[in-house]
Design a protein around this ligand. Structure first.
Ligand code: TNX
Length: 478
């Protein structure tokens, strides 16, 4: 049946036969979505009805879906709720005629408001059509957020009109690490690409029609070697021409703490918020080695001026400037959990990734928290480490059952599955790593922790048939 599992479902006798040309009514955005997703045409009016109806028990995303021999009725308090009803309905429609839908009554609402997946398009610039497909797959799993990791040491993918070199130079690297060798030999093959603002706006609109919000990440002030290669004045040694990084790992080159660099970054963020209407902007903050600041008189002067005890704390101050700027534009910031130890701006939403216990630490520091610990949610990790046919991965193992069994600390706003892409140069590999573990993560996010893994696995077997029909290159169950 449904995946993710619904909060409540009762199956009754009988069925409703959905025939080609059946009628659909409801808010235009919803009927348009149904038409887009069903593989055959529908008429106006008739047996499938979507309706907005205030119902405090359903929350912002819940819905009620009733299938009787006479038709289908879905109600929700919001269009988002109706969108998830559409996805549930879709899962119940057989692939081929006669399309007999079981009579059921479903009442459903998510356990967490934040159910996301990070996709890293900085290490490899995955083609725009794949981003559409990924969004569609998120929606089919009732995941409501795509966290798009747009910039890193190895590539800058977000077009900035004021600073074209960010993509013209920062979007391209001379060569890449040879993907199949741990010793990080280079492959000699250039790689690059970027997305225009127009392309990203169109993606945002497509995602919105499916109830998926896109949170951009501009990773700052570390993971910025590509930006510094484009504009050396951003770095701590402006006379040095760096190249876009050609190996994985963390660059020691980070942004300097000058007023000019700060204002450059604020200009970039102004363009980011024009393209991405979602109220959150992720401004990174992970893995910032401070050696360059420690060696920079300018940075040390800044630390002294602010009266900070630790050089690292200046990252919190700097991030706070970005947060203020974004707040003035109606946006909230999201950051990685390193900031919890470096004076994170109050109110910043923390993505706890380093370890499971960092979720607790971030909550205790008073932040809204999305649970994204690498131990349970890093889908770029290998599922097993003892199978020689397993493609190279950055780490592992992270089996399906461990994702499914993750129990986030009470109080988090949600969960997120990360698909970093160092070792995922092709979209086939992205799908192979992401699925079916993202389905497990989606059920955790929607249905809540504590599900029965054996029962989930049985439902998943049926769900894989759906993924087959969509041509998803998932990793077969082992
Ligand atoms: C850590 S998670 C990183 C990423 C890597 C990832 C690989 C995080 C905030 N930083 O830069 O891609 O590990 O698993």
């Amino acid at each position: 049946m449904l995946l993710p599992r619904s909060a409540a479902a009762t199956v009754h006798d009988g069925h409703f036969e959905l025939v080609e040309g059946a009628g659909v009514t409801g808010p235009p955005a919803i009927t348009a979505l149904v038409r887009e997703l069903l593989p055959f045409p529908l008429a106006e009016g008739g047996s499938i009805t979507f309706q907005i109806k205030p119902d405090p028990t359903l929350g912002a995303e819940g819905y009620h879906l009733a299938i009787t021999p006479d038709g289908v009725t879905a109600t929700a308090a919001t269009e988002d709720g109706l969108r998830w009803a559409v996805q549930s309905l879709l899962q119940l429609v057989p692939d081929e005629a006669p399309r007999r839908l079981p009579c059921v009554e479903v009442t459903d609402r998510p356990a967490y408001p934040w159910r996301g997946s990070l996709l890293d398009v900085a290490r490899w610039c995955h083609p725009m059509p794949f981003l559409y497909r990924y969004v569609d797959l998120l929606a089919r799993h009732k995941l409501n957020t795509l966290h798009l990791h747009l910039t890193d040491d190895q590539g800058w993918r977000f077009e900035v009109r004021e600073y074209p070199r960010l993509t013209e130079v920062g979007g391209f690297r001379r060569e890449s690490p040879a993907g199949h060798a741990r010793e990080e030999r280079a492959d000699g093959v250039p790689h690059g690409g970027f997305y225009t603002q127009r392309e990203l706006s169109d993606l945002v609109a497509y995602a919105a029609r499916r109830g998926v919000r896109i949170m951009p990440e501009i990773d700052l002030p570390g993971h910025t070697q590509a930006a510094i290669a484009a504009y050396p004045a951003l770095g701590n040694n402006p006379s040095r021409q760096l190249e876009v990084r050609t190996s994985w790992g963390i660059s020691t080159h980070i942004l300097n703490l000058s007023d000019a660099t700060l204002s450059f970054v604020l200009d970039v963020l102004d363009e980011v918020v024009e393209v991405f209407p979602f109220e959150y902007v992720h401004i990174g903050g992970d893995e910032v080695p401070t050696a360059e600041w420690r060696a920079s008189p300018e940075a040390l002067a800044r630390v002294a001026d602010l009266g900070l005890a630790e050089v690292g704390d200046v990252q919190g101050w700097w991030t706070g400037r970005l947060a203020e700027h974004l707040a003035a534009r109606g946006r909230k910031v999201a950051v990685w959990d390193e900031l919890v130890d470096r004076q994170a701006p109050p109110g910043a939403t923390v993505f706890a990734w380093q370890a499971e216990h960092r979720v607790r630490a971030a909550l205790d520091a008073g932040h809204p928290v999305v649970a994204a610990p690498q131990s349970h949610t890093y889908l770029d990790w290998a599922e097993t480490v003892d199978d020689p046919s397993e493609p190279l991965a950055i780490n592992g193992p992270l089996p399906l059952e461990k994702v499914y069994g993750y129990r986030p600390d009470d109080g988090v706003i949600g969960v997120q599955g990360q698909v970093w892409s160092e070792y995922l140069p092709t979209t086939d590999l992205v799908e192979w790593r992401a699925f079916p573990r993202l389905a497990a993560l989606a059920e955790l996010g929607w249905s809540g922790p504590g599900g029965d893994f054996g029962e989930f696995r049985q439902r998943l077997a049926g769900h894989l048939g759906r993924l087959d029909r969509l041509g998803v290159r998932y990793r077969p169950l082992s």
